[in-house]
Design a protein around this ligand. Sequence first.
Ligand SMILES: [Zn+2]
Length: 336
Amino acid sequence: MSIKNILFKTLSWLQIPAWIRNNKPKQQIITVLSLHRINAEKDPVWQSVSPQNFKNLLRYVSQHYQVCHFRDIAGLINDKNNKRPLLVLSFDDGYADFMEFALPLLQKYQLKANHNLVYNCLEYQQTIWTQHFNQIFNHLYQQKTQTTVEWNGKNYLLADDKNWYGIYQQVFAAAMQTAANQRNEQIDLLLKRFNLAPLREKMMTWQDAKDCLHTGLVEIGSHTISHDILPSISNQEQLETEIYQSKQLIEEKLGEEISVFALPNGQNSPQITQMAEAAAYQFLLETGDRNEKWENIANQQLKILPRINVENEAESQIPLRVENVRGKIRSFFDKK
Ligand SMILES: [Zn+2]
């Protein structure tokens, strides 16, 4: 057993997660969990949460939390009858497996969730660029042969499957800095070089989104028009389209006010925050594996909330993830 696992086991045994959880209501700490795909499929780069593990997660949060929508938070914080800490289950992207696996379980446990949709994914069944990027690296993982991956003229040597994930992270970081046109060109070149037909991911439809709303359990938000990396967009008008027009278009499609905006890959900037505020969103969702105290944002017109990324983990790991023990330990060592 690794030192890390012994540490996590000890923290569980000491009831650290329960202690953290019980302190949340009086400190007004909001927990937001970030989720994407719920699916049993195996994916080496980006593993979905299995329906079984998702079910275990729902059981855990239904026992210990008041699971709510973003729009309910202000009311529940001031509700003296609510003794439980607040938690939002926040989904991004609009994968079709939400309808197949996630929604039936949310209905079974009668738990609310937020889902932030990418307009083009529903309108044109567009596959997000990160999925094509992952497709290339999943292929290379299966090949297990030495090769180089070229990105913007720089060569990355994939020596064996041991350095494969490290190289994936390096090229992904470079891709995040590349503007959309150039990024798509580079991805197309790699797909061609490795003889891969671009994958077509099955996304939700507008009817699916309406069905979600009809259950009363799902709060829909915007996750832009195209899922571009917002800080990589230099054209002001284009940035406005992603932030402002996505809200308008989704509202027109669903006949429902959209007040939540989730940043693609969590990438923010002061200009983006300003635009989201001008677009009259009420919540801006980042990443960051940390929590926020409500009192820090209660008076802000645009409330910025970080989210804790949920991974495909067994039942014993769920308290450590939801109480963000892992995130706290990581940030402690990062500061050293
Ligand atoms: Zn996304």
